[in-house]
Every structure is written in C-alpha cells, then in structure tokens.
Design a protein around this ligand. Sequence first.
Ligand code: PSU
Ligand code: MN
Length: 306
Amino acid sequence: MAPASPFALSKDVAVAREAGRPVVALESTIVTHGMPWPQNLAMARRVEAIIREEGAVPATVAVLDGRLRIGLEDAELESLASVRDAMKLSRADLAFAVATGRTGATTVAATMIAAALAGIGVFATGGIGGVHRGAETSFDISADLEELARTPVLVVCAGAKAILDLKKTYEVLETKGVPVVCDGADELPAFWSRGSGIPAPLRLDTPEAIAAFQAARETLGIGGGMLVANPVPEADALPQTVVEAWIDAALADAADRGIAGKAVTPFLLQRMFELSDGRSLTANIALVENNARLAARIAVAMRGHG
Ligand code: PSU
Ligand code: MN
C-alpha cells in the first residue's frame, strides 16, 4: 500500500494539477489573524474569484483538524474565517498542528512549504513578514525571510508590511540571495503606500517577463524563492506620512502591552485598523486582490516556460 499523502488537495486543485493548469496558492493567516470578521471572509472569497477570472485555480492552504489542506471548499473557508482559536502556523509548528490534530492558518512561510510539496510555484499574499523595527534588541525576524531563501515558490506581495524595518528586511533578502522584483515601478512599495524610498533591486513590467526570469533561475539551478513586489493600486493607496504616524502609535501600544513573538504582527495590524478608522483594512483588501490578479497572470505565463 502506498504511504498516505502528507497533504490533501481539493478536487479543483487536484484536477488542475493533473491537467497541468495554472494554480495559485493563498495563505490563511491573513484570514484568521490579519483581518476582522466578516471582511476577512469576503476578501478570501473575492481573491479566489479573481484568480479564477484570470484562468487559474486558487489553492487556499490551512491545517484543518490535523490535515494539511491545499484548496478549501467554500464552507471550510467560511468556518476557518469565523473560528476564534486557529493557530498561526509557520515552519516551526506546521507539523505540530498536523501531529496534534489542531486547526491552524498558514503564514507565508508555511504556505510556501505546502505549495512546494504540491508542486505549486506561485503564491499571492498581502505583505510578507520581515525584520521588525528594533530587531537589534528583540531579535524578531520573520521566518518568512528564511523560507524565501530555501523554498522554490514565487511570492507576490505589496512589499514587506510597513510596520517592519523595510531597509533591514530588504538587506536580509539580498544577503540570502532572494531576488526582489518590483512590478512596474522603480521604487519598492510599502504595503499600504506605493513608495518606500527604497529603490527596487530589480524591475520587470509584465507577467511574461517575470515568468521568464523564474524559468531562467530554474534552468540555472539557483533554487529558493523569489519575491515580486506589486504596489497597491493608486486609488486605494494611503500616504506614507499618514501611515507612519499610525505605525508609531501602534508600535508604542505594542511596547506598552509587552506584545511579543507571534502576536506582534496581528496586534499591529489590528491597531492600524483602529487608528486609521478602517482605512488600513480597505487598502489591505485592495492590495491583496491586486496581488492575486498578478499572481494568476504569472502562473498562466509560466505555462509557456514549463
Ligand atoms: N499579509 C497581510 N496580512 C497578514 C499577513 C500577510 O496582508 O496578516 C501574515 C502572513 O501570514 C505573514 C505573517 O507570513 O503575516 C507574518 O507574521 P510574522 O511577522 O509573525 O512572521
Ligand atoms: Mn516574529
């Protein structure tokens, strides 16, 4: 008897993989820990619909009752979006949730692991984790960065989240040999804002060119992941100076309350939502949708390089 598969594909994802059709992985921490109910569910559904509109199949990743699932049915997505006690899973604890039968959402790092297991090469999220401000004393650096260095999945985001130390985050990615490609701009985006003041290390302007770059990396056996930074659409972008004031306030609150470890990012995103009267959430939803569309187009373009 063949050993049981370590993961379960949804029917749609299994059919798409079998037929060689493009698939885009999606994370679930953004649903359980990144946005409030019920906007989180609406966002998750809309992002899946956008990927289908572009001719690809969405594969939202999560651990449900100890099973690593790649592609969720709508009722499962709804139940995950409304549970209160889902774990936030990264490389360190993905297998813990499997071994103990828990339910948990996958971060960028854990979603990349799942995507690579299932042979899915493209993944869309909002913003990756990175080097936190004050990391020189807290040592808080997201496992997302190490995962990008080692796991061969292309991640489309709107930059690292602006609550982070963006300069240090991109320095670490450079050290680890992770290409950072900005789509259609010379300056890296800052999640809720279009500009960060940091020049884009690399720029490409079409999904086809991005797919060709990834294919060339594979041909050269370079390995590891790649980051595509896609600026938030102009209409939904927030001015960097306004955002910075909210970030300072949110960071001060986090320090006052002694927030640490895994709780830091969800706490800061929630505080940003409150401090901005919901504007940070509107921008966050818009940028995730924008990233899903670009990721689907890249996945479609990659078919020509298979
Ligand atoms: N993008 C968003 N919202 C989020 C995240 C990404 O728009 O909540 C999540 C991702 O799952 C990412 C995580 O991996 O935040 C980073 O958490 P940490 O800083 O603890 O590594
Ligand atoms: Mn952290």
